[in-house]
Design a protein around this ligand. Structure first.
Ligand code: ADP
Ligand code: GLC
Length: 486
């Protein structure tokens, strides 16, 4: 079968621009598509922070100083490229200082809709300028979800896109890109109101994500359970009706793990490596982590790790009535890295000052420390309220750090509850979103921890799990190939 040309458009691609798992996934899709012999074109903005990072960028021939009219405004853009990590595939960065010379990846300047509509259009126009007809435009989350609608409207005249089908992957329905109707003109859709979700239009707004859900050839989410959950009232976040109407075009493909980056046997970011056969390096990593976090050493007490964006999604509201109680009572350590909503940052600061010998908190965003925490902790905590897929629990499994997770979304699909009688299971899973249920899971984890034979078996089970992208990318390729028939 001929290789596929896939245009991947995303606000985040690791390691260049990342706030969460979206970046890991788009980078992996690019890398593994290329490895499988396909032709991915990965397009993201040239954010100021990428430009200043010292990354060696090369100008893309034929894509320099290209003018574009967007929302009645004339801008000029160029494309620059750099290789993806450990790959011959290249990411293309759209340089347009008007939109991307800002401090962060996301901005609160009131033109977020234009910044990402522009990205989508520049990615599509890069195809036109280079005569490169994509088989698939693979959009991710709300930022690039206008691609299917743009292909039906602004670019409908261009035969280059005649074979092009679209896939929109929903990584997180909590972010929908909703804007007032007046902003339609800024993204050149003022004449297309009739194509939008009419209930929104009547309320005076429109949604990037809903337009993508409506017009993409197919939709995917990053786990099978989340694909079901978002069709219900509890996690539909207002999209359930629309998603239900597209049920036969909605697929769940669990994220993979990039084991070139996340494998304790070869991880370049940690000082002590280890394998399932020889866990001595893990014990050394635990000691090194505690030292780095300025906590007293211990072999006996388990270290719980957290690496996370601190948002309501991640379920940390449950900790106050569960984990705090354990911290008072038990010999435990807790190591947390994360930033986000102030109330959670304050909670972890309070925990660290209340239990200075047990809890350490870093507000930083530090890739190295993330690897250290995965490697040096004994348990990983992810009590999410909802979790489209989640990557950290899969990283934890590989690092012999059984995760404590809530049975939701991708957590339900990737972690099996430990059963001491049968010796099966890879972590600790609780059902209800309440502190009591989480406390029960922590209790089970501590019980297993106290029995070295059980613990060893659990760790071996966890480390034997395989969520490699080599396999998961084939699910995407199968879906891409089915698109023309959908
Ligand atoms: P989400 O995308 O919802 O944030 P995931 O579990 O899919 O959740 O992915 C989170 C990714 O972001 C992981 O690669 C994790 O290591 C990383 N991450 C999150 N917070 C931090 C942080 N403070 N420092 C370093 N890495 C982080
Ligand atoms: C989102 C989700 C997370 C998922 C990630 C990558 O940010 O919150 O669960 O793993 O996207 O798909």
């Amino acid at each position: 079968m001929p290789p596929l040309r896939v245009l991947v458009t995303s606000a985040e691609v690791a390691p260049f621009a990342k706030t969460g798992g979206l970046a890991d996934v788009t980078a992996a899709i690019g890398r593994y598509l290329h490895k499988a012999g396909h032709e991915p074109r990965i397009v993201l903005p040239l954010y100021k922070r990428v430009r200043l990072s010292g990354l060696a960028l090369e100008p893309v021939p034929g894509l320099q100083e290209i003018p574009m009219q967007i929302g009645g405004r004339r801008v000029v853009w160029s494309a620059w490229s750099a290789p993806l990590t450990k790959s011959a595939a290249r990411a293309w960065f759209i340089r347009c200082p008007d939109f991307y010379e800002r401090e962060g990846i996301y901005a609160a300047d009131g033109d977020e809709h234009v910044r990402f509509a522009f990205l989508t259009r520049a990615a599509l126009e890069s195809c036109q300028h280079t005569g490169w007809a994509p088989d698939v435009v693979h959009a991710h989350d709300w930022h690039t979800a206008l691609a299917p609608l743009y292909l039906r409207t602004i670019y409908a005249w261009d035969k280059l896109f005649a074979p092009t089908r679209t896939l929109l992957t929903l990584h997180n329905n909590a972010y929908q890109g909703n804007f007032p109707l007046a902003a339609l003109a800024d993204v050149d859709l003022a004449n297309e109101r009739h194509l939008l979700w009419q209930e929104d239009v009547q309320r005076g707004s429109f949604s990037f994500l809903k337009s993508g859900i409506t017009y993409a050839t197919a939709l995917s989410t990053v786990s099978r359970t989340y694909a079901k959950e978002i069709q219900g009232d509890e996690l539909g976040m207002g999209l359930q009706g629309l998603l239900k109407s597209r049920d036969d075009h909605l697929f769940g493909i669990v994220n993979g793990v990039d084991y070139d980056v996340w494998d304790p046997a070869i991880d370049a970011r940690i000082p002590h490596r280890f394998t399932p056969q020889d866990l001595a390096g893990k014990a050394r990593m635990k000691a090194a982590l505690l030292k780095r976090m300025e906590l007293p050493p211990t072999e006996r007490a388990p270290v719980l790790g957290i690496v996370s964006r601190l948002t309501a999604q991640k379920g940390f509201d449950l900790l106050h009535e569960s984990l705090t109680v354990f911290l008072r009572r038990e010999d435990l350590r807790l190591v947390v890295q994360g930033s986000g909503e102030e109330r959670y940052e304050r909670y972890f600061e309070w925990l660290a000052s209340t239990f200075p010998d047990k809890v350490a908190y870093r507000k930083a965003y530090d890739e190295d420390l993330a690897h250290w925490i995965e490697a040096g902790s004994d348990l990983f905590l992810m009590p999410s309220r909802f979790e489209p897929c989640g990557l950290n629990q899969m990283y934890s499994l590989k690092y012999g750090t059984p995760p404590i997770v809530r049975r939701t979304g991708g957590l339900a699909d990737t972690v099996a509850h430990w059963n001491p009688r049968t010796g099966e299971g890879t972590g600790f899973v609780f059902d209800d979103f309440d502190a009591h249920a989480l406390a029960g899971a922590i209790e089970s984890a501590l019980r297993a921890w106290r029995d070295p034979a059980q613990w060893r078996r659990l760790q071996q089970n966890a480390m034997a799990q395989d969520f490699s992208w080599e396999r998961q990318i084939l699910r995407y390729v199968e879906l891409y190939r089915r698109l023309p028939a959908l």
